[in-house]
Design a protein around this ligand. Sequence first.
Ligand code: ADP
Length: 173
Amino acid sequence: MILVITGPSGSGKSTVRRILTERFGVPRLMNVTTRDKRPGEVDGVDYLFITGDGFEQMKSQGKLIEWVEYSGNFYGLAKSDSMDGVTVLETEGALRLKKMFPDEVKIVYLEVPEETRRDRMLGRGDTPDEVVNRLKTDREKFENSGIKQRSDLIIHNMDLDRAIEEILRIIKE
Ligand code: ADP
């Protein structure tokens, strides 16, 4: 099964993914990005942090299953032998992956009020400009994407332990 965590910026996708992998041993599919590493993130663990040229190279060599430009940076999902595990994708990527592997993909949507997301993004060290930009992009992206209706599970990620519990339940189903 491919568990896709999606939702707007600051909804807790990376955090949830990290806990599933580190505490519960859910394998991680490798995401690559050209964005800067945030404090506390580890190269090869949270993402493979690569340059724009490196990204182009992976793309042209067919090493990415899908990719997207978001907020001025590129994000992609790398191919691996066993497509089994958890990954973080934005809406389009999540829906594309579900189309490619309808039987394997389960989409979990993390829902968190905008005010809370703003606070969390500032709390993790995003600049105010970045936060404004991400909130604006997300308003456009998520409102009309139909992603919520097509998700297998919608989680209000206010209480992290509860959110993880709900996700583990869908993995075990
Ligand atoms: P995303 O990957 O969706 O942009 P992150 O995983 O980076 O979001 O989470 C944004 C910030 O919110 C991080 O600092 C994280 O520690 C915090 N966070 C995530 N989930 C929760 C939660 N349920 N309660 C409180 N803080 C949270």
